[in-house]
Design a binder for this molecule. Sequence first.
Ligand SMILES: [Cu+2]
Length: 638
Amino acid sequence: MQALFNRSRRRFLCQAGAGVLAYAGIPAWLRAMEGMMTMPKGTPNKASPSFNPDIELELICRPGTVSILPGQATRVQQYVGRLMKGPEQSLTEIPGSYLGPLMRFQTGQKIRIHLRNELDEPTITHWHGLNVPALMDGHPMYALDKGETFVYEFEIRNRASMILYHPHTHGITGKQVYHGLAGGILLADPEEQKLELPAGEYEIPIVIQDRLFDEQNQLIYVRHMHDRMIGFHGDRILINGRPDFSIDVASRAYRLRILNGSNARIYKLAWDDGSHMVVIGVDGGLLEAPVHKPYVMLGPGERIDVWADFTGRAVGSQLVMRSRPFTGVLPEMAERMMGGEMGGMGMMGGMRHGGEGKEGGQAMGGMHGGGGMGGMMGHGMGMMSNKLPLGSDYPIFTVRVTRQVSDSPSLPTRLSKITRYQIEDTANPNKPVPLGISEAPMAMLLNGRPYAPNDFLPSERIPFNTLQLVEIFHAHGGEGGHGSGSAGGESGDHGSESKPSEGGGMQHGMMGGGMGMGMMGGMRHDGEDKPQEGGHGMGGGMGMMGGMGMMMSMAHPIHLHEEPFQIISRTIGAQEAEDYATVREGFIDSGWKDTVLVMPGEKVRLIKPYKDYKGVFMVHCHNLEHEDMGMMREFLVE
Ligand SMILES: [Cu+2]
């Protein structure tokens, strides 16, 4: 790693009394939990004279204003692009949008991008889905200070697909994406081009985002702890940065390149007239054959390629894409709060008391520590309701047929060739790489630890040039477990070095008492913190989450950097079956993926190659508030 310098981003947790600890003696992951983490500062990469790009462009991150709603313009952060070399269609501005320019590259092309930061805060860009060397992946250690430039150079190795680019700045990714820093890249390759799919004006990128505006048309972001715990949800849908979006079409087939660019919102996309969604591709490109679905679930970071045929529809007719009702992706209480059902304060007594900290802490069962966070919970529940509750039924965009045409391409029956991996092909058929989701207030984590750079558990070291079986599961709750024992017991074959940590007790104090979660009074606190043999390295003071698990269990879109993967199985717990029935038809697991929506109580197995690049690659929840809370780990491919 490069020269270190202290770019400490202290968060509120460090006010909970941890400041007295001697910094050096604390493990990196615990420092991260306390907001005392030091992010190493990598030297920005410079252009290499030996790299001869086919396409070269400049991308500037800067503040701006865009007129989104009638009246006052909205302050945003945006990518502004300039093509320096290459075909004109490599870079297209989206008129009137805060979104970054749409880029179009071809497999095999060499790309050079000069990213310059003109924001008053650090930023760095990640190419979500692009298979590039670790140095080019936008690791947070390369966050640029104002005025700095990072030069990316890579060759496109991916097959034809849609890529999302956005910041990956430590602790503020969600804020930066929300304020406008995001854009799409369409990759083409010969296999796709042979199909002659709808192109030009008949191929439409659809970036779905939700935003919340104040009365002056300015963006409102995280207001209270609840917005972080469940992820930030706006109450207005924007498509390509525009409200009330509609497209005028001819009566023929279109290709809709749909990307969920929301921070946290999950969609259940369906046509309002009951027509099936015809899906020809997912995150990592074309499926083998089109798939017909009554609806498609799309978590943050996921993409679908939709064949939308308006042939035979009358001029003047319209069709609406909606998000349809579903349940169970949020903790029940959060779901009800969001729907406004809990506007009354009756049962919130405990939570309100949380404002004083101590009572809340005691309700947790022997929490130590003060009431640092309590005040943040003191808001009325009214603030947590949302005009657009997650899982309600609302429109996404409208299609209006305005022209009759006689000609339309027809849907190909075969799209591409995908060789399916088998468990036997993996290097670890009996010992999946664990990705344990743990869920507790202010502690949405992976593998029991908050993100910390260069803090690799043994299971997070991946041998280079192998195919790996990976298992994502809810380490607490879901199956009714308490503490990490259930997870360890269930798949106890993962190597682990769970150690009780000196800081365990203190950590409890901060998370429990500090947050004054009086509402959780009935929750069990397993204060013993025994290391779990054969667990997932989740010892060290995480016991309290066991009892929380059930209550906090929610859906997480898990994203693995580097090469795309294949999902091979999903297993759902019996108690989640009823909720799961409202979403289960909406998963498309037959293609290449880089993000997978993991439902409460669900276990997902996937197979992922680590054959192209060595180095450090992130694995995280793409609920961006969770990511910023530390629900991110690194895999060291070596
Ligand atoms: Cu998450």
